[in-house]
Design a protein around this ligand. Structure first.
Ligand SMILES: Nc1nc2c(c(=O)[nH]1)N[C@H]1C(S)=C(S)[C@@H](COP(=O)(O)OP(=O)(O)OC[C@H]3O[C@@H](n4cnc5c(=O)[nH]c(N)nc54)[C@H](O)[C@@H]3O)O[C@H]1N2
Ligand SMILES: Nc1nc2c(c(=O)[nH]1)N[C@H]1C(S)=C(S)[C@@H](COP(=O)(O)OP(=O)(O)OC[C@H]3O[C@@H](n4cnc5c(=O)[nH]c(N)nc54)[C@H](O)[C@@H]3O)O[C@H]1N2
Ligand code: SF4
Ligand SMILES: [Mo]
Length: 721
């Protein structure tokens, strides 16, 4: 009964909203069917689970989790199951497009591949001769981008960045590198399944739907692990927790350092581990002497007794404790230091390299296809990584955008944008659009007419992940593996795989020597035969899984830090003149009448990349803004009433429904990211819900690594929308 009602609502909403445009699923013919199963891996998010696709008479009818792929373990998350909604999205990009109207006007003429690629190559040649090859930048996100990366390196530019570093997990990598000499990477090396105590610091597993982690989260609950969730919002994960700590936003370092204080003062830390592997304990003790639970209680608004109880319980479970590092951690601008505080806590508990903590992942080296050495760029990347932001070890997408706008240290004249919707993913979209205005060339390679495509000079329609080969995926995991992405069906329309597009462009730019392979089959088979396999074998299996690694620390382990030890006190930081042990600093408070804007993930969507997907997009059609009961009462705001959010700089959002709830602190509001699309050709989702991105007009940049903290923006709610 419930289900039928639900479906009726969904269908009604759909027809009304899209003016009758619904997904036109190809129908397999009646009668006996030709059924094929094809193994590949998912691209609905960046976790890359193994997939087995069912194809009936040439139509993809079902996507299941690959049974022996370590990241799917036989299951997909709801988004992965809904991948056919992308393949059969009626709004897909179908032909190469060349802009005819003004930038952002979404007016284009259709072109042949030869015409479009020739146009790009001519512009790129001109940029190279007038400004040097470094004046071209590539923004790329997703597995398929590797061929564009290689093409741009061969062309001679070092300016290649993904927003998943400076807008996402960069600070975490730096905090852990400083402490353990090694970052976390993806998939995270967290042994959630075996942990006895899991601490989630604003990481909301269950809404953040990384398949393997969610499965392991369920497993650790089944095994009776204790869970503590620290979040200003009562998340789905919080509903499974033994302790939920509704922390005052921006004060986690105080909480973490008070936990360190108790472990040291009460002698509860893992002495054997710290003696064997650690250095700088005396300095850590001295620096945290004053960081008592009472001190932290006044800052975090969590009672001192709760702070003590939780850390004592944590210590009782050591070393099988996992203080989870999170993933999207660019929050307040001191994020690398917060991540380091998390790392220090894990170090004191001895969880790095212990069962139920962080395992040391194994990897597989797939031999490269032999190509001549890539040219060394004449000029360094201009994003500020390693210079202005000394500890950044990947290129900063925001840094490339800033440099494009300023023209300094040298001009950037062209962008290639592959699989990233920069208008929604970089902070302050106005700033991004101003940078785009400075360009002579913007090429967008995408599967959908997202916002960024609307600003392009040339739009290139890529075949979806179900229609193409990409490069091999060598997974670093407990059980290392190699996975193949291969076409499940042929590319629809005039779309082409990324490897083909990048290679064709490379050939037109005179880079033949870097393409000694004829096609992708030859390239993949060349790599696979060198490791004793073959393309034929991988096509059948989809994935090769290697025996599990031990994953725990050997007694004589040398960490990749300057001292070879776990660094509780960092000389690297001391020499830079910054805090060698993390310290809490107060964050900006909300102006009068304003609330802090927080955001996160919808379990059924990956950012804005799935909101147009008719499978998921009927279930979760728009986002809502979470408002605390008390705040709502003060404003006279009712449940489901539509409001607009107006930020401190006067930017006003679309109208969204208010979700009045006691599941969020009164000093903040919350929404999921990925809605409020303005691209008119995304017919299912355009104009639905509000965009957090446009409200992020201020960033707090992490001085250590250039991450763009985005949670220091404030909004007031405007009723009567
Ligand atoms: N305001 C705000 N900003 C954020 C975040 C936030 O929560 N709020 N989150 C941050 C985080 S954690 C991250 S990781 C980044 C992610 O930011 P993005 O990298 O921009 O991620 P998506 O939104 O997934 O970008 C997807 C784009 O790729 C296209 N696409 C999908 N599949 C394919 C494909 O197979 N081939 C090609 N060529 N294109 C494809 C989609 O159509 C879409 O245009 O954003 C960051 N920025
Ligand atoms: N379904 C789904 N899953 C996804 C994605 C997706 O788009 N959809 N994207 C993937 C990607 S690329 C990433 S990076 C991850 C991101 O997933 P997570 O790393 O889990 O991070 P966010 O989604 O940004 O969620 C931020 C959380 O921090 C809380 N928070 C805000 N301020 C504070 C604070 O001061 N202290 C504390 N303790 N908490 C705070 C917010 O309330 C929110 O619950 O999700 C991944 N998984
Ligand atoms: S977590 Fe879900 S969307 Fe992401 S790769 Fe796995 S199945 Fe696909
Ligand atoms: Mo991310």
């Amino acid at each position: 009964m419930e289900r039928r009602k639900f479906l009726q609502i969904a269908t009604g909403g759909a027809a009304a909203a899209v003016g009758g445009v619904v997904a036109v699923w190809p129908q397999a013919a009646a009668g006996p069917k030709l059924v094929r199963k094809v193994s590949t891996f998912c691209e609905l998010c960046f976790w890359k689970c193994g997939v087995v696709a069912t194809v009936e008479d040439g139509v993809v009818t079902k996507l299941d989790g690959h049974p022996s792929h370590p990241l799917s373990m036989g299951r997909l998350c709801p988004r992965g199951n809904g991948g056919t909604g992308l393949l059969y999205d009626p709004d897909r990009l179908k032909k190469p497009l060349i802009r005819t109207g003004k930038r952002g006007g979404e007016q284009f003429k259709e072109a042949s591949w030869d015409e479009a690629l020739g146009y790009i190559a001519r512009k790129m040649e001109r940029i190279k001769s007038e400004h040097g090859p470094e004046a071209m930048a590539l923004f790329t996100h997703g597995h398929g981008g590797s061929f564009f990366g290689n093409m741009l390196k061969a062309y001679g530019s070092p300016n290649i960045a993904a927003p998943s570093y400076a807008q996402c997990r960069g600070p975490r990598e730096v905090g852990f590198q400083l402490t353990f000499g090694s970052g976390i990477g993806s998939p995270e090396n967290t042994d959630i399944a075996n942990t006895r105590f899991l601490v989630l610091i604003g990481s909301h597993l269950g809404e953040n739907m990384h398949n393997t982690q969610v499965q392991e989260f369920a497993e650790c609950i089944r095994r009776g692990a204790k869970i503590c969730v620290v979040d200003p919002r009562y998340s789905v994960a919080a509903s499974k927790a033994n302790w939920y700590l509704p922390i005052k936003p921006g004060t986690d370092i105080a909480l973490l350092m008070s936990w360190v204080n108790v472990l040291l003062e009460e002698g509860l830390y893992n002495k054997e581990y710290v003696d064997r592997y650690g250095t700088g304990l005396a300095e850590l003790r001295a620096a945290t002497k004053e960081n008592t639970p009472e001190w932290a209680a006044a800052i975090t608004e969590i009672p001192a007794e709760t702070i003590r109880t939780v850390v004592r319980e944590m210590a009782a479970a050591k070393p099988a404790v996992l203080v989870h590092p999170g993933r999207h951690v660019t929050w307040y601008g001191d994020d690398a230091q917060r991540s380091r505080a998390i790392a220090i806590l894990n170090g004191l508990l001895g969880s790095w390299g212990s069962k139920g903590g962080f395992y040391l992942p194994g990897g597989v080296d797939i031999p490269k296809y032999a190509v001549p050495p890539l040219p060394k760029p004449a000029r360094a990347a201009l994003d500020g990584a390693g210079t202005r932001y000394p500890l950044a070890d990947e290129t900063l997408a925001s840094g490339l955008c800033d440099a494009t706008l300023s023209g300094s240290p040298y001009p950037v004249k062209g962008w290639i944008v592959y699989g990233t919707n920069l208008v929604q993913s970089l902070p302050n979209p106005k700033h991004t659009l101003e940078a785009i205005d400075r360009l002579d060339l913007l090429v967008v390679v995408d599967v959908l007419p997202a916002e960024i495509a609307g600003y392009a000079d040339v739009v290139l329609p890529e075949a979806t992940y179900l229609e193409r080969y990409d490069d091999l995926y060598a997974g670093t995991f407990r059980t290392p593996f190699v996975a193949l992405r291969q076409p499940v069906v042929k590319p629809m329309y005039d779309s082409r795989p990324g490897w083909w597009i990048a290679r064709e462009l490379g050939l037109r730019l005179g880079l033949q020597q870097y393409y000694p392979w004829r096609d992708i089959e030859q390239y993949l088979d060349g790599r696979l035969t060198k490791m004793g396999s073959s393309l034929g074998q991988m096509q059948k299996a989809g994935v090769v899984v290697y025996p599990p690694e031990d994953g725990t620390l050997p007694a004589d382990h040398k960490f990749d830090t300057p001292s070879g030890k776990v660094e509780f006190y960092s000389k690297t930081l001391a020499e830079m003149g910054v805090d060698a042990v993390p310290k809490h600093y107060a964050k900006p408070e909300a102006p009068e009448g304003h609330l802090r804007l927080l955001f996160g993930r919808s379990p059924l969507h990956t950012f804005g990349r799935t909101t147009n997907n008719r499978v998921m997009g009927y279930v979760v059609r728009e986002n809502e803004v979470w408002v605390n009961n008390k705040t709502a009462a003060e404003l006279g705001l009712k449940q489901n009433e539509r409001v607009r959010l107006v930020n401190q700089d006067g930017v006003k959002s679309n109208a969204v429904r208010a979700r009045v709830t006691n599941r969020i602190r009164p000093d903040c509001v919350y929404m999921v990211h990925g809605f409020g699309h303005t691209a008119s050709k995304l017919r299912h989702t355009a104009g639905r819900g509000a965009s957090d991105s446009e409200l992020v007009t201020r960033v707090s940049v992490d001085p250590l690594m250039g991450g763009t903290g985005m949670f220091n923006n404030f909004v007031r709610l405007e009723r009567g929308a």
